[in-house]
Design a protein around this ligand. Structure first.
Ligand code: NAD
Length: 497
């Protein structure tokens, strides 16, 4: 009998009433390994009801108790993260070391959230007016929904739920239906850490589940990560229903290589950022902008390194795993076909890769494409695969204009030995996260993660202080205590004694 990956409510598996399911596939073999429940509206409401019922008690649970549970969750995660990495590899396909890296980045947010008592401190003003004081408190917003994409089934939910829970909210996580098992593993870990029933819940499903989260009046805030069209839809629908929404969307990240850059460092960076996790990262570099006459040399160095990447099953000794589904693999390959037809030069062709893995896997090797034009679909569209385009330009100004013209603004990088050029770039570029000689500038947990333009809808980035702000609302309290006659008489007596 095939297992069904179900919902999680009140610290136990909740099968739900819907009998609709979707297949969960191991991308390295093409074999369907489980089925995931797809919630109907009644299932979604049952999960949301549990989060609502748990909210008042969790809101009033002391910070000391909440942080004790968070510390325990951190210890369990740290001790057992290898198990989670294996689950990620089995459903997403990324190599185990990448999967472990993902968990570690998520764990950093848990560690940040362990400091929540400090982060929730309000302000106090004595004598704002005569004998009148003002202070502020940060309170949780209520039950919140988190909707996550397939490419980071553990890290992306962990960008949000540690802070949401630490701040006193309850959570309904709606993971991607492509790799749903990591969410249940995390739920069990919360249970083991002592989190009360209903504080962390998992709702498996598709658009039906998402729409219920977006419109149900009990859900007060939505954190979404996924493609830009869905992010836009989630933002419009959630805010129309009166919720606060942060919706992180797609990306097309450019790395500029100036003529004075160390080309070995730049080539290493292009390969790691272009092909790591098979390019299925929102911070992957998909466009290398070569400035001036270094282009031939740079492309040769990237090709040499990319050609050495071992594509194959992520549980073996390989560097890059398969793509997540056959459909996605074929879509990415069709972009390469289109680029070739449009006249770009295929320097390294991943369509003919010989993988170290099962013939049924969804394989596409590293693909390097030179002389890419900005009107080609390989340039204009987010491909989300192991495809690195090289666009050649003559000057820094041309390179900057290219990045700033792009509708996305998630991440970018510049490679240069010139501090003044780097400083100008960080000031002028219209992108949310910038690397200087660093290819994937994912901020640490105590900074906030988020792009600009079509890469983020809403005004709050993920984690860091913006995350704390998103999951709390402040209340300003003005206080005046009247000194009664009885009190004054007592103080007079004390003074004359
Ligand atoms: P996706 O947009 O297809 O799905 C994201 C989530 O939305 C999933 O939970 C899915 O079930 C749900 N969803 C899908 N279609 C929906 C619909 N019509 N209505 C309501 N909900 C729907 O994204 P994906 O393919 O899982 O993930 C890849 C995308 O995510 C890429 O575009 C990538 O750039 C983006 N991403 C962005 C960031 C970031 O920080 N900006 C991080 C990771 C991934």
């Amino acid at each position: 009998m095939m297992t069904t990956v179900s919902h999680w409510v009140n610290n136990k598996v909740f099968p739900g009433a819907s009998d609709t399911t979707a297949p969960v596939t191991n991308p390295a073999t093409g074999v369907v390994t489980a089925r995931v429940a797809l919630a109907d509206v009644a299932d979604a409401r049952a999960v949301i009801d549990a989060a609502s019922a748990a909210f008042p008690a969790w809101r009033d649970t002391s910070l000391a108790k909440r942080t004790e549970i968070l510390f325990r969750f951190r210890e369990l995660l740290n001790a057992r993260k290898g198990e989670l990495a294996e689950i990620i590899t089995a459903e997403h396909g990324k190599v185990v070391s990448d999967a472990l890296g993902e968990v570690t980045r998520g764990q950093e947010v848990v560690e940040f959230a362990c400091g929540i008592p400090h982060l929730l401190k309000g302000g106090f003003t004595e004598n704002a007016s005569t004998k009148i004081d003002v202070h502020s408190v940060c309170q949780p917003v209520g039950p919140v929904g988190i909707i996550s994409p397939f490419n980071f089934p553990a890290m992306v939910p962990m960008w949000f739920f540690p802070i949401a829970i630490a701040a006193g909210n309850t959570v309904v996580l709606k993971p991607s239906e492509k790799d749903p098992s990591a969410s249940l593993w995390l739920a069990e870990l919360w249970h083991e850490a002592g989190l009360p029933d209903g504080v962390f819940n998992v709702l498996q499903g598709d658009k039906t589940a998402v729409d219920e989260l977006l419109t149900h009046p009990a859900i007060k805030a939505i954190s979404f990560v996924g493609s830009t069209p869905i992010a836009q839809y989630v933002y419009a629908t959630g805010t129309a229903a009166g919720k606060r929404v942060q919706a992180l969307g797609g990306a097309k990240n450019h790395a500029i290589v100036l003529p004075d850059a160390d080309l070995d460092v730049a080539a290493d960076a292009m390969v790691n950022a272009g092909f790591g996790s098979a390019g299925e990262r929102c911070m992957a570099i998909s466009v290398c902008v070569a400035v001036g006459d270094i282009a031939d040399d740079l492309v040769a160095r990237i090709a040499e390194r990319a050609g050495a990447i071992r594509t194959g099953d992520g549980t073996r000794d390989t560097d890059m795993g398969p793509l997540v589904t056959q459909v996605h693999r074929d879509k990415v390959a069709s972009y390469v076909d289109a680029g070739e037809a449009d006249g770009a030069a295929i320097v390294l062709d991943g369509r003919t890769v010989q993988p170290d893995g099962d013939a049924g896997g969804f394989w596409l090797g590293p693909t390097l494409i030179d002389h890419v034009g900005t009107d080609m679909s390989i340039y204009t569209d987010e491909i989300f695969g192991p495809v690195l385009n090289v666009v050649r330009v003559d000057s820094y100004d041309e390179a900057l204009a290219l990045v700033n013209r792009n509708p996305f603004g998630n991440g970018t990088a510049i490679f240069t030995a010139n501090g003044a050029a780097a400083r100008r770039f960080q000031n002028e570029v219209e992108v949310g996260m910038v690397g200087i000689n660093v290819p994937i500038p994912v901020p640490m947990a105590y900074y906030s993660f988020g792009g600009w333009k079509a890469s983020l809808f809403g005004d709050s980035h993920a984690h860091g202080t913006e995350g704390v702000h998103f999951f709390t609302r402040t209340k300003a309290i003005t206080t005046r205590w009247i000194e009664t006659d009885a009190f004054l008489a007592r103080t007079d007596r004390a003074a004359s004694a």
